[in-house]
Design a protein around this ligand. Structure first.
Ligand code: EPZ
Length: 488
């Protein structure tokens, strides 16, 4: 298994583009199951989860038409472009061995059921961050008339004679709205007869992107981004050519990488409009954001290459500006901005509770906790979406952090510095938090099991190295041979 070996203390400086959103790509790829013509999706990142989704779609009778695929549905993604078309609608069984590797497979259920009248999908298990039930998905589809049974670990769903019928559905649960539950019911409702109203729908930007794609294919959806969606069913959906939104969680992670190393980063294709809760929190912690237009392509932020005492250097002067000329960096699209991120020398403590969008995203909680381990005071972080999403805490303690957990809340007492250590990644975003901590820690940090990270970040080590980080991907066997810092 691969590890990351990080020599901490280097200031990140430079410019990097935010990739297309993993959490938009997954439900949008599943839309291929609904379409009567090819759909082309652009800016699809090359990630393990995306490859798994494409492999699943291949088993569900979907073919890749883009030349880069070389005839394999889960083939290479050239230039971020994927073109999909259903070629065998009889394949409607999403098997356990794929679903267990990626629980987001659940978002094929609604489209497959609505279009084919039948779907069989292995019940997704839990994962490191929680049980991850799908009861609300099933409740919503049943409200549309689906006949659903769960036997031997499989969900078996059928539409009634005449197909699904629109209705009014409350889709809230004990933790509020459900993102992929909303995606499933939304997709199914596009082909249902009559009007469907989804109350307590997820407002996440990825749901907005999904609704916008579906409308581009001929669906009739109103209210995307609000808790109430109104869908008028149509008979069929055409193809589309669609560029997915940038990844707000990757963007937030890069922002915190700048902050924790007292760096100076320019982020291109940054979905600032989808990150207001995160940037509000980071500004309170002393992170500065400036829209960029005047930065000529050759003018890089942060001046000279990072040095050993990176954290104590004052950030480069920021460039402030109004609207911008996209050709020179910068965009008028609030979902695709160019923004410069710097931080004050001292990170200030904050109090945050994760919530459904537009609240602070749970997917940035681990990264924020890592940043706050170096704040000048005590911070309080409460996790309201996945109350057990704290596997990063024990690993941060190994690096000298001071964190006390009580239930779904942690109190983070800032320390002067972290110390590199071997740590264990457990889930996608916890891994990202550990990488951030390693970037700032003194000495060497070895992050084990980085396959977790590869699910949601494309070549993160290469991109961070390009910004001045000392980070290498090393096979743990090779590492053991080098007698490097021990593997935990
Ligand atoms: C999506 O998962 C994201 N994944 C997650 O990101 C993200 O953490 C989560 O939304 C919350 O924002 C993708 O989009 C692929 P939920 P999803 O249904 O839709 C409970 C990452 O790191 N719930 O919104 O599966 C659930 O247990 C991943 O990129 C039910 O009780 O999450 C949780 O407490 C991790 N019953 C809460 O709702 C249900 O039927 C929110 O979950 C469904 C959910």
């Amino acid at each position: 298994m691969d590890t990351f070996v990080i020599e901490g203390g280097r200031r990140l400086c430079g410019r990097v583009r935010v990739n297309g959103s993993k959490n938009a790509a997954l439900p949008l790829l599943a839309v291929a199951l609904l379409a009567d013509a090819p759909i082309t999706l652009r800016d699809i990142p090359t990630l393990a989860d995306i490859k798994n989704m494409l492999r699943l779609l291949g088993e569900l009778g979907v073919s890749r038409l883009d030349p880069g695929a070389q005839g394999q549905t889960d083939g290479p993604i050239d230039g971020g472009v994927v073109t999909l078309q259903v070629t065998d609608p009889s394949q409607s069984h999403a098997r356990y061995d794929i679903v267990r590797t990626m629980r987001a497979s659940i978002c094929t259920l609604g489209p497959m059921l609505a279009k084919r009248g039948f779907a069989r999908l292995s019940l997704p298990g839990g994962c490191a961050i929680g049980d991850r039930p799908v009861d609300i998905h099933l409740r919503g589809l049943a409200a549309l008339g689906a006949q659903i049974t769960v036997t031997s670990g499989d969900i078996i769903a059928r539409t009634p004679p005449g197909g699904l019928r629109g209705t009014t559905i409350f889709l809230g649960g004990p933790f509020g709205s459900t993102v992929l539950g909303t995606a499933n019911v939304l997709c199914a409702a596009t082909l249902a007869q009559g009007r469907t109203i989804i109350e307590c729908a997820a407002c996440e930007p990825e749901i907005v992107d999904l609704a916008n794609l579906l409308n581009a294919m001929g669906a009739q959806i109103q209210g995307a981004g609000s808790p109430r969606l109104v869908i008028d069913g149509v008979r069929e959906l055409n193809g589309a050519d669609w560029t997915i939104i940038p990844d707000r969680i990757e963007a937030g992670t890069l922002m915190m990488a700048a902050a924790i190393t007292n760096g100076d980063l320019v982020l291109d294709n940054c979905p600032m409009d989808a990150l207001m809760a995160a940037t509000h929190t980071l500004e309170a912690a002393g992170v500065n954001f400036a829209p960029v237009t005047a930065l000529a392509p050759t003018q890089m932020p942060g001046g000279a290459a990072p040095g050993p005492q990176a954290r104590n250097r004052t950030p480069a002067l920021m460039i402030t500006s109004g609207s911008s000329d996209p050709s020179r960096g910068g965009s008028d699209d609030p979902m695709r901005r160019t923004v410069r991120v710097t931080s004050n020398r001292v990170i200030k403590p904050v109090e945050v509770t994760t919530q459904p969008h537009p609240g602070f995203p749970t997917d940035l909680q681990a990264q924020l906790v890592a940043l706050l381990t170096l704040a000048d005071g005590n911070s309080v972080v409460t996790e309201k979406i996945f109350p057990d999403r704290f596997l990063h805490v024990a690993e941060l303690l190994r690096m000298g952090a001071k964190i006390v957990r009580t239930g779904a809340t942690v109190v983070v007492s800032g320390v002067k510095g972290l110390v590199g250590a071997p740590v264990m990644a457990s889930d996608l975003r916890a891994s990202a938090g550990l990488v951030l901590a390693g970037l700032a820690a003194e000495g060497t940090t070895v992050v084990n099991r980085v396959y977790h990270l590869d699910r949601g970040y494309e070549r993160l080590e290469d991109r961070l190295r390009g910004l001045g980080a000392s980070i290498e991907r090393v096979d743990e066997k090779e590492l053991a041979g080098k007698d490097a810092v021990g593997v935990g």
